[in-house]
Design a protein around this ligand. Structure first.
Ligand code: NI
Length: 248
């Protein structure tokens, strides 16, 4: 079931059956010369929607702008500062939990979001801790590439040139879902440099075309299909386990 395509009475009935909701979360930021700006929110959304087609999942709206300040040197990138994102995640979570969606599973597609999402969880739980109360709901973060079997498959598909930004795996997932939007370029060098992530001007100077350690030409729709298929199986099992986790 997709939350945004449902009515409130349908939602009310659904919540009685299961308290779990999956929120795809990502970023809108440059992904090298050929990666779509939406890559990091598209990947978790593609996987969550494919899982929804196969299993009994409730998928909420996609949180599609994240913490991407280091990409702001490239046109089209949009970023929330960490404090803004923490506040937004708190409001989303409290809204959902207020309706009885007490197991909120964030399926993440952007490494730069991880620290902020974890800080948001701490912030949200802290409110209850200081009052000596139970928060009453549980939050979980999972990066799609950490779903069972995905990392192993990506190592097999891309033993060299996977890198960490504008990776062939994430680009393959978008190519599988949106084949009409596949772009090509001559990459020079083939495999992009690697190094630290700091502010936007430093990032652009170190990584002139936006890639980090990756060779996106290795991506293919078929590779993307295999990644999505593997991720879907892992997501369905992981969300079911989270939904059924006993409350102490
Ligand atoms: Ni990405």
């Amino acid at each position: 079931m997709r939350l945004s395509w449902s009515t409130w009475p349908e939602l009310e009935a659904r919540i009685k059956a299961s308290p779990a909701v999956v929120i795809p979360i990502g970023s809108n930021e440059q992904h090298g010369p050929t990666g779509l700006l939406g890559t990091d929110w598209m990947c978790p959304e593609i996987i969550a929607h494919a899982a929804h087609a196969k299993g009994d999942l409730l998928v909420g709206p996609t949180f599609n702008v994240g913490m991407a300040q280091h990409h702001l040197g490239f046109p089209g990138s949009i970023s929330l500062r960490p404090s803004t994102m923490i506040a937004a995640l708190r409001d989303w979570s409290i809204s959902l939990a207020g309706h009885g969606l007490t197991r909120i599973y964030f399926l993440n597609g952007h490494g730069g979001n991880v620290a902020t999402i974890e800080a948001a969880f701490s912030e949200i739980y802290s409110e209850a801790s200081w009052r000596g109360e139970k928060r009453g709901f549980a939050l979980k973060l999972k990066n799609w590439w950490d779903l069972p079997g995905v990392a192993k498959l990506c190592e097999e598909l891309y033993p060299k040139g996977h890198g960490s930004h504008a990776t062939p795996s994430e680009i393959a997932v978008t190519q599988f879902a949106y084949p009409d939007a596949i772009k090509t370029a001559n990459y020079a060098p083939e495999i992009a440099p690697t190094g630290p992530i700091r502010e936007a001007s430093d990032f652009r100077a170190r990584y002139p075309d936006g890639r980090m350690g990756s060779h996106p030409a290795l991506a293919s729709p078929e590779g993307g299909r295999r990644i999505v298929e593997t991720a879907v199986a892992g997501l369905i099992a992981d969300v079911a386990a989270f939904a059924n986790e006993p409350t102490p």
